[in-house]
Design a protein around this ligand. Structure first.
Ligand code: NDP
Length: 478
């Protein structure tokens, strides 16, 4: 059977774009559909704008630190609208780069919504149908609000980058990556941040000692963090003042319209499980993300979604329908940009280069861009202890730069070592620029470095990271 194209990619985010370009480079005829903006979550409403906001917020501490070092610098004010304009100009530029890269690779771009008509056909919102030998779904995910009356009046992370002005106060719900990063960013930009998390400690799944230090640092930054707490009721504050209790359907629809127009953030009255009752300028739900797998026609062609709404795939990213593959957040494996890119590359190698390549999901490093950052690779102390006998090497100290300026903030360097193989099973760093440090430490850990390999590496002095190669005595054994 002849097909219009060899590959049709649905979704123009990091994973889809990389797979499309790489497949086209093998000589394949490739088309890609995106119904929003090329670049996807990472470029348009995730990693990139978030990191630029991390940079923007990090300047808040600098005048005080500079003064401690002898500079005559006054505190300044942050101008959100100036930053926002530059931010969006940068995102427009990056979107253009993505488009040109695809065009330059010979990929046909369809600015349209796509759904599968059958195992080899994609139907576009333009009315066109394209047949394809292979179909790759890379539609990502979207933020999910909790199932709570009026939760639609709260913002989600996508909305933050579109705000006309910064709120004076915000309640952030959640204790994961996005909640903690946004809490630090917004506090750094001068917003009064309250955060509620239902669990005993933020950043579930990360090393306990690292989580504790980040939580302390966030509180020291002025974030009002309530653990073991969730919200039970919320309503538009004006509706409460009018004595309506909760919002009616028309008010709720008005909020949706505001969201679409970019004018967001009505004052919200909130009641929490710890008795807190307060009005905030706005509420941000950072309560997880959901795979974008609905409306694609998958059930009709024999693909049953998983429990979290994800597309189930095998080690080669192949679905239950042999011609259809899926990569990235829509498969809900490791929801990280570089992993989606890897999955896209492994797909092309398998399908277009004839080398069956399973995706390697072992020892994926990651960073949480809180202030300070958390960089991590491998097992936490808790997980390693459950697996085998270990030694823990850990140090926490005030780094030279901050200590000189009278800053109490501490950093953490931690290695988890197998007692039997001597391999470093996990490395956890809490420090400014921990994301940069963990990238390099992760190479050694991925190569199977032992504690003795770390020990025979000469320290780079004076740095924070030198502690990783100078810790001689285990803090504890377990
Ligand atoms: P996470 O899964 O990391 O965190 C969700 C948080 O919301 C958890 O604290 C969870 O609590 C809480 N939660 C979930 N449901 C409810 C509810 N009904 N009521 C109250 N709290 C609730 O999701 P994020 O949205 O923060 O991030 C999504 C993913 O995006 C991350 O897992 C990560 O893969 C990726 N990401 C990566 C970044 C990076 O690499 N730096 C940055 C941002 C995102 P509990 O722990 O109890 O389940």
């Amino acid at each position: 059977m002849r097909f219009d194209v060899d590959l049709f990619v649905i979704g123009g985010g990091s994973g889809g774009v990389r797979a499309a370009r790489m497949a086209a480079a093998t000589g394949a005829k490739v088309a890609l559909a995106e119904d929003s903006r090329l670049g996807g979550t990472c470029v348009i409403r995730g990693c990139v704008p978030k990191k630029l906001m991390v940079f923007a917020s990090s300047f808040r501490e600098m005048p005080a630190e500079a003064r401690a070092y002898g500079w005559d610098i006054p505190d300044g004010a942050f101008d959100w609208s100036q930053f926002r304009s530059k931010l969006h100009a940068e995102l427009d530029r990056l979107e253009g780069v993505y488009r040109r890269l695809l065009e330059g690779s010979g990929v046909q771009i369809h600015d349209a919504r796509a759904r599968l008509a059958d195992a080899h056909s994609v139907q576009l919102s333009t009315g066109q149908t394209v047949t394809a030998k292979h179909i790759l779904i890379a539609t990502g995910g979207r933020p999910e609000r909790p199932d709570l009356p009026n939760s639609n009046i709260g913002l989600v992370s996508d909305d933050i980058f579109l705000l006309d002005s910064l709120p004076k106060s915000i309640l952030i719900v959640g204790g994961g990556f996005i909640a903690c990063e946004m809490a630090c960013i917004l506090a750094g930009l001068g917003v009064k941040v309250t955060q509620v998390y239902r669990g005993a400690q933020i950043l579930r799944g990360f090393d306990d000692e690292a989580r504790g230090l980040i939580a302390e640092a966030m509180k020291a930054q002025g974030i009002d963090l309530h653990l073991g707490t969730n919200i039970v009721e919320m309503a538009e504050a004006a509706a409460i003042r009018r004595g309506e209790g909760t919002m009616g359907a028309s008010a709720s629809a008005a909020v949706d319209l505001l969201r679409q127009s970019g004018a967001l953030g009505c004052p919200v009255w909130v009641k929490a499980t710890n008795g807190l009752e307060q009005t905030f300028d706005t509420v941000l739900f950072a309560t997880g993300r959901k795979p974008n797998a609905d409306g694609l026609g998958l059930e009709d062609i024999g693909i049953t979604l998983g429990r979290r709404g994800e597309i189930p795939v095998d080690d080669y990213s192949q679905t239950a329908v042999p011609s259809v593959y899926a990569i990235g957040d829509v498969t809900n494996r490791w929801n990280l940009t570089p992993v989606a890119i890897r999955e896209g590359m492994a797909f092309v190698r398998t399908v277009f280069e004839g080398v069956p390549t399973p995706v390697d999901h072992e020892l994926i490093p990651s960073a949480v861009f809180t202030q300070p950052e958390l960089g991590t690779v491998g097992l936490t102390e808790e997980a390693a202890r459950a697996q085998e006998p270990i030694e823990v090497y850990c140090t926490s100290f005030r780094p030279m730069r901050g200590a000189f300026a009278g800053n109490e903030a501490r950093v953490l360097m931690k290695l988890i070592v197998s007692q039997t193989s001597r391999r470093v099973l996990g490395c956890h760093i809490v420090a400014p620029e921990a994301g940069e440090m963990i990238q390099l430490a992760a190479i050694a850990v991925k190569m199977g470095a032992t504690k003795e390999d770390f020990d025979r590496t000469v320290a780079v002095h004076p740095t924070m990271a030198e502690e990783l190669v100078t810790m001689r005595t285990p803090t504890r054994k377990a």
